[in-house]
Design a protein around this ligand. Structure first.
Ligand code: UDP
Length: 348
């Protein structure tokens, strides 16, 4: 009986110890959790305060910057020091496009170095786009060079000597077409490109050296008519009013690819010399002189495109056009002789 009671007591105490142990573990865990929560609350609060402080500081910095700006605007502007160059070292430099991005920086540098800088800028970039202009480029049959395709249609890429005596003009015009189409594509702009063939008429310059003015002036003064080379090379001449009509029609159209504007009636230069001689009368002789380098041998426009898309074709015959031009040069020559009455021949 006694033994049984002791065993029960032992079991009771063992159970009590286990209960006490569990309770203490539970309390410890709960305490840890509470401490963790407090820490977290503290961190959130600290972060919030720090953020607020930063925001306040940013506002303060902004205010100070504004104040500084307004103070600076009151102080007279100080310009960069410009080096003094004497007249031996100082250059006068022309910068085309000097108002642009790179150009303006170049201007800054050169001016700081003490040079005199002149800027020529047509503010082309953006101007046409801003006013939504349609651009007309006066190109030329010279883009076909000395053509190996006859007559010349616009899809022909040409045959140009890139380093010959005509290259500056020919390649210059070719690149102007290139730039035009690149610009049109980039800026989504409207462009018109006229490839103008040999044109003549009143107000051609007397000294311009073109075959029409040369031959007429030579014939009018009974001088020799100078045919360069054998005179088998051909040209097709259009009267100036036809050209103007063609350009107007092109601008009124919505056709964006290049268009030949010329008269397809073709003559050899020998024939042309005879035509002028007969028209003007007088006693001039036709003389063959040295040929010119890279002279295109055949030139005649294919004007199907202009006919189709512009509903344009030349109207003035060579005979009528030349009559008007001869009359014009007669008057010009009189005027010229009045002014240079001593030696009109030398002056021409
Ligand atoms: N030409 C000529 N005698 C002259 C001027 C020109 O025989 O006094 C020829 C020239 O060699 C060319 C043609 O006439 O074959 C047309 O020349 P222009 O300079 O008028 O025009 P482009 O050659 O530019 O077409």
């Amino acid at each position: 009986m006694m033994i049984h009671f002791v065993t029960k007591l032992q079991a009771f105490f063992t159970l009590l110890i286990i209960i006490l142990l569990c309770t203490s573990i539970y309390i410890t865990i709960n305490n840890t959790k509470a401490a963790d929560k407090r820490d977290l609350d503290n961190t959130v609060e600290k972060t919030y305060l720090l953020k607020k402080e930063l925001e306040d500081a940013a506002v303060r910095i902004m205010e100070l910057e504004q104040k500084l700006e307004s103070l600076e605007s009151r102080v007279p502007r100080k310009y960069a020091e410009v080096t003094f160059l004497n007249y031996l070292k100082k250059k006068r430099i022309l910068i085309t496009g000097g108002a642009g991005f790179v150009g303006s920086h170049l201007v800054d540098t050169l001016m700081l170095q003490g040079h005199e800088v002149i800027v020529a800028d047509n503010f082309f970039t953006g101007l046409a786009r801003r006013v939504n202009a349609t651009i007309l480029i006066a190109s030329t049959s010279e883009v076909y060079g000395d053509p190996d395709k006859h007559p010349q249609e616009e899809s022909y890429w040409g045959h140009v000597n890139p380093i010959g005596p005509r290259a500056c003009y020919d390649e210059g015009k070719r690149v102007s077409e290139t730039l035009t189409y690149a610009y049109a594509k980039q800026e989504n702009m409207q462009v018109r490109v006229a490839r103008i063939f040999n044109t003549y008429g009143p107000r051609m310059h007397m000294n311009d050296g073109r075959v029409v003015s040369n031959f007429i002036l030579q014939a009018l003064q009974d001088h020799e008519i100078t045919v360069y080379g054998y005179g088998n090379q051909t040209r097709s001449f259009q009267y100036v009013s036809d050209l103007v009509d063609g350009l107007m029609a092109l601008m009124e159209s919505n056709y964006t690819l290049p268009v030949n504007i010329g008269n397809p009636v073709e003559h050899t230069i020998n024939e042309f010399a005879t035509i002028i001689k007969e028209l003007v009368g007088g006693n001039s002789e036709i003389k063959h002189v040295a040929q010119v380098e890279d002279d295109p041998q055949r030139r005649r426009p294919d004007i199907s495109r202009a006919k189709k898309f512009l509903n344009w074709e030349p109207k003035v015959s060579l005979n009528i056009g030349l009559h008007k031009t001869v009359n014009y040069f007669k008057k010009e020559l009189k005027l010229f002789k009045l002014v240079h009455w001593n030696s009109p021949r030398d002056a021409l």
